[in-house]
Design a protein around this ligand. Structure first.
Ligand SMILES: Nc1ncnc2c1ncn2[C@@H]1O[C@H](COP(=O)(O)OP(=O)(O)OP(=O)(O)O)[C@@H](O)[C@H]1O
Ligand SMILES: [Mg+2]
Length: 331
């Protein structure tokens, strides 16, 4: 099942929340909307869900124009950040709810609940109430409730944001496997780049209501289309060096800056400004003679002193060039 957005526009007063966005989620594809706060991710998702009407443009599910349909008639399952479970119902009651609403026979509901609960590691928890669950367990109940309907597609808005770092990574793996197993088209909103990189088949990087690049995680990282995308993905961020002579900006990722305590071929001199030891690697901030600073990402056993002289060079073929004025990449 595909989900296609055609030239969607949505304004709130003077704010253009969604500014002519078109994109397609292919059958079985996991597409992530990634961008800073306020860039229009949730608004776009709510338009697909039918919770918000676009000013212009169309939403198609499997080729059918659903723009004028009520949310319940679109056959899309939603999992939102604030996954409201029914507090008075057990886990089993919550998971089976969408099937009860559809008046399916109780025996069939029980069997489906067991199947989905097993898939999400909830089989032991079916008789508990939501308040007796951890945040991650509640999150999985919300997912199970969405899955049990076998919707044509999933819409998820920051579904992991209430989880602590460890649980988030764990649930990320579960989500990824689940999507592989169910093969449903998924449109997933996050502002977390690690979530986007790990889950997506394709990422739409958004800013100010627009999609700046829509491509695979590999291409978004290795062939960023403009300065914003280049700087938004990657941690630590890409280094940028203005080249005033020709109006371009050179970009180089920290892992592509090589450092040596002694002069080496093509190496340029610098000094150590500060270093951060991460345990498995070290981030070194160096000062260039003209005053610019660059970050290098190096092996954990490199432990330079403050102000020590170092030499740096950029890994061949790993630099990016951008037009400083238009911010677009120069190929
Ligand atoms: N109901 C509303 N009324 C007025 N303005 C709104 C409304 N909903 C969203 N906006 C505005 O539209 C823009 C996009 O908001 P949206 O919630 O889609 O952003 P987002 O990308 O989901 O951000 P976040 O990462 O913070 O959730 C923002 O400028 C926001 O203030
Ligand atoms: Mg949002």
């Amino acid at each position: 099942m595909s989900v296609v957005l055609e030239d969607i526009v949505k304004r709130f007063g003077n704010t253009v929340a969604v500014d002519h966005i078109s994109l397609a989620v292919e059958p079985g594809e996991f597409v992530v909307l990634l961008g800073p706060s306020g860039c229009g991710k949730s608004t776009l998702l709510r338009i697909v869900a039918g919770l918000e009407a676009p000013e212009s443009g169309a939403v198609r599910v499997d080729g059918r124009d659903v723009t004028a349909l009520e949310p319940r008639d679109r056959d899309l399952a939603m999992v939102f950040q604030n996954y409201a479970l029914y507090p008075h119902m057990s886990v089993a009651g919550n998971i089976g709810y969408p099937l009860r609403v559809r008046k399916r026979p109780q025996a069939e509901i029980d069997a489906e609940v067991l199947k989905v609960a097993a898939k999400l590691g909830l089989a032991e928890l079916l008789n508990r109430r939501p308040k007796e669950l951890s945040g991650g367990q509640r999150q999985r109940v919300a997912l199970a409730r969405a899955i049990i309907r076998r919707p044509k597609a999933f819409l998820m808005d920051e579904p992991l944001s209430n989880l602590d770092a460890r649980l988030r990574v764990e649930t990320r793996f579960e989500l990824k496997h689940l999507q592989h197993e169910l093969g449903a088209a998924t449109l997933y909103v996050t502002h977390d780049q690690a979530e986007a990189m790990t889950l997506a088949h394709r990422i739409a990087v958004m800013r100010d209501g627009r999609v700046l690049q829509f491509d695979t995680p590999f291409n978004i990282y290795n062939r960023p289309a403009n300065l914003f995308v280049a700087g938004f993905l990657g941690s630590p961020s890409m280094n940028f060096i203005g080249l005033p002579g020709n109006g371009t900006t050179l970009g180089v990722r920290p892992e592509d800056v090589e450092i040596s305590p002694v002069p080496f071929e093509k190496g340029q001199p610098a000094t150590v400004y500060a270093a951060e030891e991460m345990g498995n690697e070290t981030f070194i901030r160096i000062s260039l003679p003209a005053g610019e600073r660059l970050t290098a990402r190096v092996a954990a056993d490199v432990r330079p002193d403050f102000d020590a002289p170092v030499w740096y060079r950029f890994r061949a073929g790993r630099t990016h060039l951008f037009d400083t004025k238009t911010t677009e990449a120069i190929q």
